[in-house]
Design a protein around this ligand. Sequence first.
Ligand SMILES: Nc1ncnc2c1ncn2[C@@H]1O[C@H](COP(=O)(O)OP(=O)(O)OP(=O)(O)O)[C@@H](O)[C@H]1O
Ligand SMILES: [Mg+2]
Length: 269
Amino acid sequence: MSTSELDQLRQENNQLRLALVEMRQQLMQAQKLTSVGALASSITHEFNNILMTVINYAKMGLRHKEPATRDKAFDRILSAGHRAAKITTGMLSYARGKTTQREAFRLSQLVEDVLILVEKDLQVHRIRLEKNFDENVWAEVNSGQIQQVLINLIINARQAMDGGGSLHIGVSLNRESNTSEITVRDTGSGIPADKLPRIFDQFFSTKTPDEQGQGGSGLGLALCKEIIDTHRGRIRVESTVGRGTTFTLRFPMIPAPTLVRPSVTQKAG
Ligand SMILES: Nc1ncnc2c1ncn2[C@@H]1O[C@H](COP(=O)(O)OP(=O)(O)OP(=O)(O)O)[C@@H](O)[C@H]1O
Ligand SMILES: [Mg+2]
């Protein structure tokens, strides 16, 4: 092969590689929007509830002239407004966020941000939420990507608990392996041993799409694994049929950033 042919092949190879990177990013973003879609209906319901609260307390404030009753009405309207703002901000930053940067994050805060988006969905599906957070657990993460992982794990857990159940989310330090960990444990159907080795494969799914066409593409866990791999982390699964499933995310542990990088302390709050 001549040098110029070789050069051309090299060039084409580079172009293909760039196109692949671009397509992977697009796929990740498309999958993210799918998970937003899975939460859209419960969030719309929650907004409706918030609006009812605002309308009813506004009516009460208009009807009653005593300052104490009016103050109470304003308080309720204000906190309903704050809750709505929290949800929209969370939703927008999740759907838009495409940062490639990693920053030191308090993992419990990251999980709380996700819970704002999924709480109602879990409630609607009669799933009790249990939390056990160690507040001093930090990791260097791309927050949008890790939120995407958590939302995928939580939606999978909810789909595995058809008749309700409980979802336990934990944040802890593993001093043996020097890792910061997030665990997502459900009391759902569990995964048969013969399927377990394939769940992280692209397009492996045991589900059929629901009425809204949600679910069943088999991309969720494949993307979770890809994201965790790029963080030099680990994703592990343990499951017992009929008892439930636990996913564990492990990240290299870092100390609270006040000690190492004063510039990110505003994230500590
Ligand atoms: N918590 C869980 N409990 C039981 N089975 C699970 C759980 N999480 C994943 N699975 C199994 O792993 C398979 C692959 O999951 P994955 O999230 O990759 O795809 P999916 O949920 O089927 O489709 P998508 O996430 O693309 O909508 C699921 O179809 C299901 O069989
Ligand atoms: Mg899934």
